[in-house]
Design a protein around this ligand. Structure first.
Ligand SMILES: *Cc1c(COP(=O)(O)O)cnc(C)c1O
Length: 419
């Protein structure tokens, strides 16, 4: 596509965008002067769908009027409430409905997945994570290693590129897995790295891992609602993600997991059990013996938190309407345009764009690695109504999100960045 530098071109792109109407379905934060901000932080906390209030109020009203009877008689009964999210969650990540369940918070779910899928033996005990993995993931895998009596110095493989760049070529990942695979129990990588914005080639990593007999799981915190995923077809063993980033469920929103059917149907797998994972037909007979459901739901421990699930339902309804394929198509256009607009100014500003230039290797996020004046640039953005984030030591992360960001947002952002 032939881009043009003027704002008219951005506006024309917005006019031609079939998804542009979705912006009106969200509350866009405003500056103290009352102007709409340029919200480029949907990779950290997604915006509030206007329909959230209606979904939450319904549950408040049913609780008000029905008390405990709401479990069965609410408009959306609370007993099976998590099931109202199953179909759209499965569609979102390319899974079968029996392979997903919404529950808990992300780091909790990573631990629960490792209880089942990290089963170290004397020969096969290592965990692979990517360099610059999100701190919580690093803490989680290190503590799992220690929990099994394994020194993280011996048990943890951190993927780093030979070049020293934050982006790790897939061939190098494959090489490491091929070389060390016999000692690797678990590969646990972020679908999109939170720092560099690199989108990993998930199906190739699954193939490489399975060829060596490793379990392959993904943390999709930055990939769910961002990339077009096909977890079942890619044969991914398990995955977990949060819903408050690209999925717009609000601060601390509920997490979800995917467990491939071949594992989910295996009721003999070790897991931490609770009553909500027990066979639905006999749960309220209050038996002593745990009988797991033959699906991902068997990993649920507690009854569902209705209010955070209500906010997520509002958002998933919008995802169903827009469709992940169309969202991803727009996202690629937005990030390519933004990438192009940024190019001529990077050298003068001392910015190194560390996110891959190939749209297939990134999602919405672009990571701008700054030099000495980085904080100054970030302050200028903030003062001029841009909301984005600063990641220590030196990176400004920006994300043009296809549900509510426009081409004009991208244009305005670069105007402010230029100074
Ligand atoms: C955002 C994020 C988390 C946050 O974990 P919580 O348990 O939701 O607080 C964890 N891992 C990754 C990769 C993230 O991007």
């Amino acid at each position: 596509m032939e881009y043009q530098t003027g704002i008219e071109f951005a506006r024309e792109m917005d006019r031609q965008d079939p998804l542009s109407g979705f912006r009106d379905r969200f509350h866009i934060p405003r500056t103290p002067e009352g102007k709409e901000t340029i919200y480029f932080c949907g990779n950290s906390l997604g915006l509030q769908p206007k329909s959230v209030r209606k979904y939450v109020e319904q549950e408040l009203k049913d609780w008000e009027n029905l008390g405990v009877e709401g479990h069965f008689h609410a408009k959306n009964p609370w007993m099976p409430y998590h099931e109202f999210l199953t179909e759209s969650t499965a569609r979102l990540v390319g899974a079968q409905p029996n392979e997903v369940v919404v529950m808990n918070a992300l780091t909790v779910n990573l631990h629960l997945m490792m209880v089942t899928f990290y089963r170290p033996t004397k020969e096969r005990f290592k965990i692979v994570i990517e360099g610059n993995a999100f701190p919580s993931d690093q803490y989680a895998v290190r503590s799992q290693l220690k929990f099994h009596g394994i020194d993280p110095e011996e048990g943890l493989i951190v993927l780093r590129s030979k070049s020293g760049n934050p982006v790790i070529p897939t061939e190098e990942i494959e090489e490491i897995i091929a070389r060390e695979g016999d000692s690797i129990a678990l590969i646990l990588i972020g679908g999109v790295n939170y720092y560099s914005g690199q989108a990993f080639d998930l199906p190739r990593i699954v193939k490489a891992g399975h060829a060596k007999g490793c379990v392959v799981g993904f943390d999709l915190a930055h990939a769910a609602g961002n990339l077009h995923l096909h977890l079942h077809d890619w044969n991914v063993d398990f995955a977990a993600w949060c819903s408050y980033k690209y999925l717009n469920s609000g601060p601390g929103g509920v997490s979800a997991v995917y467990i491939h059917e071949r594992h989910g149907s295996n009721t003999a797998l070790p897991r931490f059990a609770g009553w909500w994972g027990h066979d639905k037909n006999s749960r309220f007979k209050m038996p002593d013996e745990f009988v797991p459901m033959p699906t991902a739901e068997a990993w649920q421990m507690s009854n569902a938190p209705i209010l955070p699930m209500a906010t997520l339902r509002a958002s998933m309804e919008i995802f169903d309407e827009a469709g992940m394929a169309a969202l991803r198509a727009k996202s690629e256009k937005l990030s390519a345009y933004l990438y192009w607009l940024l190019q001529p100014h990077l050298e003068r500003l001392g910015i190194n764009l560390i996110t891959p230039s190939d749209p297939a290797q990134r999602g919405c996020q672009l990571s701008l690695q700054t030099s000495a004046n980085g904080r100054q640039i970030f302050d200028r953005l903030e003062k001029n109504g841009v909301i984005c984030d600063w990641r220590e030591p030196d990176v400004i992360r920006i994300a043009a999100v296809p549900l509510y960001n426009s081409f004009e947002d991208c244009w305005r952002f670069v105007e402010i960045l230029k100074g």
